[in-house]
Design a protein around this ligand. Structure first.
Ligand SMILES: *Cc1c(COP(=O)(O)O)cnc(C)c1O
Length: 387
């Protein structure tokens, strides 16, 4: 990307030189590759809305959104309206769907108008407020609950509600969407039941002469399991951030990982030599032990981000004790050449040795690869590569 478009997520942070030497490297090229894969999977006629909640699953909302749109994504979906506004202020012009997540207020209506956002409704009163306060026609979405039992008009009463909303002045029904419940292991019969409820709503709407332009229900799990459910539009999220084949066998042509590396540096290296109160020591002390310290700790997310060891000089060194708030100890006994200032890789590659994101996900029992970047706290600077 051109230099002036380089995402700067560090504007409100202290200058780089004064921060601890920690770094989370994100490969935007890999995210672009996943976006291309998703496009191939659904074809050209299906609109791809990238569900970029939680700061794009920790990878950084604006740079990720720019990458996905440039790679052929059609729109972005977020929960927080403030995120939607941030995308507009960053110059993103693609359609933005705002999932249900806040209360309908005059400010919300004004923001949707001013920033051209698509609000999604789950009750009639909110839709009526938008209809009353909007100064011009607004594209809107309606969410149906087909099994998640969280947000949305219950399927059996949804068609009437959607028809009511579609007839409200200044509201243009643009998207009807749902977020199915997919337990693990997935149950095809359960998914069929939910799909049936969605289709019944769409049939009733057609009967009322109100076919919505975009019907959408496929998140990553649904796409991986049953790409035929892409309908008119899809809204996957985690699928942009890692090999996703838990629920099905989608043959991705890439193993490139958006989570490229998490690294730090040794700020302290010394022998640990003590003979008193060994039982009280913060970790088991052995004769001849050497220890290093890296300036990253549980307040930075470290407790959820390691596999029990790190890489120093291309070799594995065990973590000792548990991470404290801003520091973590490393056993360097087997690495006498390790020195203050050496790079320490927590996730990533070093001199041919690797700690993969998957290894950490397995070690930490995370449910999915997307949980990993979400665990990297904002105190760790994000550094972007590519696409
Ligand atoms: C998170 C979310 C998605 C995307 O889910 P993934 O599992 O990340 O693909 C889709 N729709 C809604 C409403 C969501 O909240």
């Amino acid at each position: 990307m051109p230099l002036e478009d380089k995402p700067d997520m560090t504007e409100d942070m202290p200058p780089q030189d004064h921060r601890r030497p920690n770094c989370f490297e994100i490969d935007l090229g890999a995210i672009a590759q996943y976006a291309t894969n998703i496009r191939r999977l659904v074809g050209d006629r299906v609109a791809v809305f990238a569900a970029l909640k939680c700061n794009a699953y920790g990878f950084g909302l604006v740079p990720v959104a720019r990458t996905i749109i440039a790679a052929g994504g059609d729109g972005i979906a977020v929960v927080d309206r403030a995120n939607a506004i941030a995308l507009r202020q960053a110059g993103i012009t693609a359609p933005i769907l705002v999932y249900p997540g806040s209360l309908a207020t005059a400010e919300a209506v004004a923001a949707c108008e001013r920033f051209d956002l698509i609000p999604s409704f789950t009750d009639l009163d909110s839709a009526a407020l938008y209809s009353r306060l909007a100064g011009k026609p607004l594209n809107v979405a309606v969410k149906i609950d087909i099994g998640q039992e969280r947000l949305g008009f219950p399927a059996e009463m949804a068609a009437e509600a959607i028809a009511t909303i579609a007839r409200m002045p200044r509201l243009a029904l643009h998207i009807v969407h749902a977020h199915p419940n997919v337990p693990s292991p997935p149950s095809p019969a359960y998914l069929d039941w939910q799909l049936g409820r969605f289709e019944a709503v769409c049939r009733k709407l057609e009967g009322l002469g109100l076919a919505p332009p975009l019907r959408m229900l496929a998140s990553s799990k649904i796409l991986a399991m049953a790409p035929r459910l892409a309908l008119d539009a899809v809204d996957p999220g985690q699928m942009f951030f890692g090999p996703f084949r838990k629920a099905g066998d989608v043959p991705w042509p890439t193993e490139r990982q958006p989570f490229k590396a998490l690294s730090s540096r040794l700020i302290h290296v010394r022998a640990v030599d003590r003979n008193a109160f060994l039982a009280e020591a913060p970790f088991p002390i052995r004769p001849g032990m050497r220890m290093g310290v890296i300036p990253i700790g549980s307040a930075d997310g470290m407790a959820q981000l390691h596999c029990g060891a790190v890489l120093v000089r291309g070799r594995r060194a065990p973590i000792i004790g548990s991470p404290s708030l801003e520091h973590t100890r490393i056993d360097l006994t087997a690495l006498p050449e390790a020195q203050q200032g050496d790079e320490v890789v927590i996730i990533g590659e070093q001199a041919g040795e690797r700690i993969t994101p998957d290894e950490v996900v397995a070690h930490q029992h995370h449910a999915r690869i997307a949980d990993l970047a979400m665990a990297v706290r904002p105190s760790i600077p994000r550094h972007y590569l590519g696409p």
